[in-house]
Design a protein around this ligand. Sequence first.
Ligand code: 13P
Length: 229
Amino acid sequence: MLFNYLDKYLGVAEEVVNTARYMFRTGLAHGTAGNVSARLSGGEGLLITPAGKNYGALSPEELCFVDWQGKVFSGNPGPSSELPLHLAAYFSRPDCKAVVHNHSTYASVLAVTRTDLPVIMDELTMVIGGGVKVAKYGFPGTQELALNFVEALGDKQAAILANHGMVAIGANLREAMVVCETVERVSRVFVEASRFGRVINIPDESYEHQRADFLRKKAHEKVQEAGVI
Ligand code: 13P
């Protein structure tokens, strides 16, 4: 093992564990479904939840530290089977500092019907940058799933995995959780509203306005990170 991540990143490890527990407590994750990771600010790699673990009993010592070559240095019993998906998110999106995957119920309804989530509520644009796409199907844990996810993600903060669940990214774990909760809530509204036979998107002007605000916020984060302001 290169270094004991708990010496330097105990706070991050605790946040990963707390996020996984929160997801379990709030019903966004069931059983051992779902996984959580965070990028380490020193550039060493990422911390990710172990495979097949019950989050209720998860501790920071059990997380897996993985470097950018995908080499696993610690963790019990080994990293989440969705490690390729998490790595793909970090590689394709430098702004991504945290990844949360779950099989929440209403997002899964869209996943199994392969229905994109349209921009029906303002918060979708403000939090996610627009509608949420369903990725092409990929077998769980594969590179194919990871690449299909990245394609559907584009420049947004979330994508739905066909017949599987959803994935959220964020500038931190809290933000990624808010993305998960927003996708689940708006998916629920969409599913329930579809019973009326007619669901109306927000007006184009509102979308343009909110999308511009979202892009401005992203640009601001980038400049802040570069240390210019
Ligand atoms: P892991 O337990 O390997 O993280 O897998 C759970 C899951 O949700 C797979 O998609």
